[in-house]
Design a protein around this ligand. Structure first.
Ligand SMILES: Cc1cc2nc3c(=O)[nH]c(=O)nc-3n(C[C@H](O)[C@H](O)[C@H](O)COP(=O)(O)OP(=O)(O)OC[C@H]3O[C@@H](n4cnc5c(N)ncnc54)[C@H](O)[C@@H]3O)c2cc1C
Length: 370
């Protein structure tokens, strides 16, 4: 059996490993458009997603993979009390790649523009796994125009800037920094990066309402809005407050970059279908997306499950049906979790508003009495 996996990202690679472990005789070929990976962000991994539904066969490949990728052996991980690990995607991808190659998977550097490329150029491929990320055009080819359902959960304006290490050291931290954030009208979370080449990245995420979000116009990650001029008034005010309370150089206000992002949940309208008689399965971001540090974790669990179903060798129609049924259950569970977390965030935002109203109201009353 020859299985093609399109996209050798973290989920494509994980799925390849799981398939090889469940079906050692299968020929697995991954197609990846880039020789070198472009992603460098750090992801939070939940221990359970490494084990849930994964192949129960442990061998030296597992031990090496876990140790290289996470710094712990599989057994150490199982017995550790912590559930979350923070790992750079580059470390994840290089360890997974090594493991996939050691298990006998092939990785071909090639951009697959259409499912026909696989059907025509690799006629011996019997099953296709689509793992080429959130913006998969292959998903559209498989499922048609109405390929995805999505729902926005939060509207976020992200501000990014860099300050020198010296300036970063002089900025307030801990409780004081939290108190500064609490002074802002908009619910805001601040992230400071690690020093790199003498600079520290600062990211502020402002959770705005839809009106404020739309008011900013086009501002994407690739083409951000520069400077605080033209920002919705409340947001501009918050940025100024943050800036002055941290004692930062006001001249920088006009160089800050702002981009918009929506935290949303989405899922493919089907998780598997046939294309030219070949069963095709969607995994990872190509299949669905959830926020709050779950997307990759969810992708791995799906990949493990798909490998299990393929390993059962029940015939393509049955496997497609079973994977679709499983996908629906998995998606409902992940969406419920995401919405629960989102609800907590909204409660926090409401409490914050109430607190501000009481505090400001109290202050005004005191001033009137005086
Ligand atoms: C800033 C940030 C922070 C995140 N933090 C977390 C977190 O803490 N926890 C978490 O669980 N998730 C997190 N995520 C999400 C996580 O990174 C993704 O869920 C994960 O990368 C999805 O993996 P994937 O393999 O499905 O898709 P991708 O990572 O998008 O990989 C797809 C691969 O397919 C290749 N490809 C695309 N098209 C083609 C084609 N036509 N032919 C050949 N190859 C192709 C691409 O080059 C790529 O290598 C975060 C994401 C971001 C951006």
């Amino acid at each position: 059996m020859h299985i093609a996996i399109i996209g050798a990202g973290p989920v494509g690679l994980w799925t390849a490993i799981q398939i090889k472990k469940r079906s050692p005789d299968a020929q697995v070929t991954l197609f990846e458009r880039y020789e070198e990976y472009k992603r460098h962000h750090v992801v939070s991994i939940q221990r359970s997603s490494l084990f849930f539904g994964a192949s129960p066969h442990h061998d030296e490949h597992d031990q090496r993979l876990f140790h290289e990728m996470l710094g712990y052996t599989r057994n150490q991980l199982r017995s550790r009390p912590m559930n979350r690990l923070f790992v750079p995607t580059s470390a994840i991808e290089s360890s997974l790649k090594k493991c996939a190659l050691a298990l006998g998977c092939a990785i071909v550097v090639r951009h697959i523009a259409s499912l026909d490329d696989i059907c025509d150029l690799y006629p011996d491929v019997e099953q296709i796994v689509i793992a080429n990320g959130a913006h998969s055009t292959l998903r559209k080819q498989l499922l048609g125009e109405d390929d995805v359902h999505s729902e926005s959960l939060q509207y976020v304006v992200e501000m990014k800037t860099y300050v020198s290490e010296e300036v970063a050291d002089s900025m307030e931290t801990g409780m004081v920094a939290r108190r500064i954030a609490s002074r802002l009208k908009t619910m805001t979370f601040e992230y400071r990066g690690r020093p790199k080449a003498g600079r520290v990245g600062i990211t502020l995420r402002f959770f705005v309402d839809k009106e404020g979000f739309d008011a900013l116009g086009e501002a994407s990650f690739k083409q951000p809005h520069i400077g605080i001029n033209g920002l919705p008034e409340e947001l501009a005010q918050d940025v100024r407050v943050y800036w002055t309370m941290h004692g930062l150089d006001e001249g920088m206000l006009e160089t800050l970059s702002f981009s918009k992002l929506q935290l949303s949940v989405y899922h493919a309208t089907r998780f598997a279908d046939s294309y030219r008689g070949k069963p095709c399965f969607l995994v990872g971001d190509a299949a669905m997306g959830v926020p709050y540090f779950r997307a990759l974790n969810s992708g791995w669990v799906m990949g493990s499950r798909l490998a299990h179903l393929i390993g059962m060798g029940a015939g393509s129609e049955k496997t497609v049906r079973r994977y679709n049924a499983y996908g629906k259950v998995h998606q409902s569970a992940e969406f419920a979790l995401a919405k629960q977390k989102n609800g907590l965030l909204n409660r926090y935002a409401d409490l914050r508003k109430l607190y501000r109203r009481l505090k400001v109201g109290g202050k005004q009353q005191r001033e009137m009495v005086l």
